[in-house]
Design a protein around this ligand. Sequence first.
Ligand code: MG
Length: 251
Amino acid sequence: MIILKSPEEIEKIRAANRIVALALESLKEMVKPGITTAELDRAAEEFIVSRGARPSFKGYRGFPASLCISLNEEVVHGIPGRRRLREGDIASLDLGAELDGYYGDAAITVPVGRVSAEATRLMEVTRESLYKGIEKMREGNRLSDVSHAVQSHAEGAGFSVVTDFVGHGVGSSPHEDPQVPNYGSPGQGPVLKRGMVLAIEPMINAGGSDVRVLDDDWTVVTSDGSLSAHFEHSVAVTAGGPDVLSGLPGL
Ligand code: MG
């Protein structure tokens, strides 16, 4: 069941997302060769707690950290640890926070120092794909119009879409209906209505779309070892069009 949110609830979801967005903005500045993924996780947690919120990924289904950090061929759900970022890596940072009973969820992928032209293009196209999907978050459109917009842009650039993991509704639970695939033909699924809030999160691979989960039972990697990027925003359908609740200039 898709839960429609009142304008007051949307403001609460925005408040949680704003903390996530500000945290990601500050983490982006910390991403440099030599820093460990655990240091980034600690900074993320401290930031969220300092704003009176709770890091919502920590303990979720047993996830051991506040921040998911997925490097290079890792797609999502990478676990922070002693690993140090290296020049040329790309790092996906996915973060969630709960404030006053409502959830925020967003992700960015950032370069570590200088990265390859392919990595730069993959990150750009993945972010663009997210915004192509966001543009479809309008009353009267169908859910798969969002999915199709993401897929067309990513595949049009020669990349592939991960189909094993999808976006989701978000509100007073971190994951709600509906699932939001990053692929599909247009004009299918539920009609988008005012008050729907969806976390749209394209995961785009430079190579094939197949992924697998590592022995840690969390980290998802591309099967062919190709690079992967991930961007996510929590977005409300409003009378005035899409409202990016986790939005900040540059994210
Ligand atoms: Mg999400």
